[in-house]
Write a protein that binds this ligand. Sequence first.
Ligand code: FE2
Ligand code: FE2
Length: 192
Amino acid sequence: MPAIAAENEITVQNLLSAFEGESNAHAKYTAFAAKADEDGLHGAASLFRAAARAEQIHAGNHARVIKQLGGEAKCEIHEVEVKATLENLKAALGGEQYEIDTMYPGFIEEATQRNNTLAIRTFHGAIEAEKTHARLYGEAVALLQGGKLDSWIGAAREFYVCPVCGYTSETEEEHERCPVCNCPWERFEIIR
Ligand SMILES: [Fe+2]
Ligand SMILES: [Fe+2]
């Protein structure tokens, strides 16, 4: 395995923390999906499963770049604190917001200074997908707080996840191609 070049050290550290964040988000959302099903909120469970799949795609993309830069993608998976579904949705929204507002912009800035196109591409795909998650989690929080259990949060439903960048949509054939990475729509995964 090639050693990590000195100029890539910080970028690789950032990729490793993003890899850890995405891997733990996958674990968290998987546990939150089970709890949402238990709470009878099957649509919220579908959203958690779709987002979990997207985070897994991000972790895989980051891991590939870590390896290409001579690092090793390893991380610790923490125990998940599962609360009631409203709290879990709020925690998920908070995590997405942190990645969108703080984590990924900082990482993208650093990778841009280093002109590291591999890192820029994987961070960019992730931040754009996290925006779709934040929007959907925000909608679910508002519906649940408003007691709208007959809305989409109540019944299992389909979400569409880009297999390349994790972009997540609730609409079938929203575009011909992924608006973030240009992957053809027919390759999107349907998660229920
Ligand atoms: Fe996300
Ligand atoms: Fe995509």
